[in-house]
Design a binder for this molecule. Structure first.
Ligand code: AMP
Length: 278
């Protein structure tokens, strides 16, 4: 069942709520791959009703070209979801999500400010606003997000805590291709050569640097080496490769706290991001 309007979605959700059924939501921008499907499976295992949302959210794109190039494959997406037993796909048009007069922005501070927040102005405002709206529209009890977008997951958790939103946020591990490359809708924009030969260096360089840091090497040595390795492998530009406090995304100064390595780098004009535990 594909629902296009908030009204139709709400009518469906009301019947489920009346029957006392918990609802899980998996927010996506479509162009579904194994990573998305793993979130759907996690939701399916825990929730009697599962909604997948497909919406390429214009407000979270800081670059108009990235928005217009973003893959849109709705029929194939619905085909991939059918065997998983999804109860509804919510695929609204932009005017449903942002009707005339729309004037509210949810803006998370702190965790949303560094890294992706600094490189992509307005990105997390767009994410937080649309996710808050999707929570309101779906009345979901549980919401599933990938660790692939680690900072986004922390931003959503912060928003939910700060606004007392009645939803449990569930983080799910990153699914990778056999090469180690994190699955991403943007991977299909890479040339076959770049995807097979160059892109896997991102995960390989991060894994090696994380291991070196665990063995006592200073991040100030391990991270520049990883950056060099990416450039040598064929990445055009490395926006950042850093270790941060896993929850706050601020500097990792307390070794007793969990750390996360996060990176963003350009290949074939496509910006890839990844992250791993340190
Ligand atoms: P997107 O369609 O890129 O906005 O992603 C929708 C959701 O799928 C987000 O919560 C992502 O973190 C998650 N996701 C994307 N790629 C992966 C992956 N490789 N493994 C796990 N989750 C992912």
């Amino acid at each position: 069942m594909i629902l296009r309007t908030v009204e139709a979605l709400r009518a469906q959700v009301r019947t489920w709520k009346a029957a006392g059924q918990q609802i899980g939501v998996v927010p996506t921008m479509g162009a579904l791959h194994g990573g998305h499907l793993s979130l759907v499976r996690a939701a399916r295992a825990e929730c009697p009703r599962v909604i997948v949302t497909i919406f390429v959210n214009p407000r979270q794109f800081d670059n108009p070209e990235d928005l217009s190039n973003y893959p849109r494959t709705e029929a194939a997406d619905a085909g991939q979801l059918a065997p998983l037993g999804v109860d509804a796909i919510f695929a609204p048009t932009p005017d449903q999500v942002y009707p005339p007069g729309f004037a509210t922005t949810v803006s998370v501070g702190g965790v949303a400010e560094p890294l992706e927040g600094a490189m992509r102005p307005g990105h997390f405002d767009g994410v937080a606003t649309v996710v808050a709206k999707l929570f309101g529209a779906t009345l979901a009890d549980r919401a599933y997000f990938g660790e692939k977008d680690w900072q986004q997951l922390q931003v959503v958790r912060r928003m939910v805590a700060d606004l007392n939103l009645p939803v449990t946020v569930v983080g799910c591990p990153t699914l990778r291709e056999a090469s180690g490359l994190a699955m991403s809708s943007r991977n299909m924009r890479l040339s076959p050569q770049a995807r097979a030969v160059v892109a896997p260096a991102l995960y390989a360089a991060m894994t090696e640097a994380a291991q070196a840091i665990r063995q006592g090497q200073a991040p100030g040595t391990a991270l520049p080496a990883a950056r060099e390795r990416l450039l040598r492998a064929g990445f055009e530009k490395v926006d950042y490769i850093v270790t941060r406090d896993a929850e706050t995304l601020q500097d990792w100064s307390d070794p007793a706290r969990p750390a996360r390595m996060l990176a963003a780098a350009w290949l074939d004009g496509v910006r890839l991001i990844d992250n791993i535990a340190v």
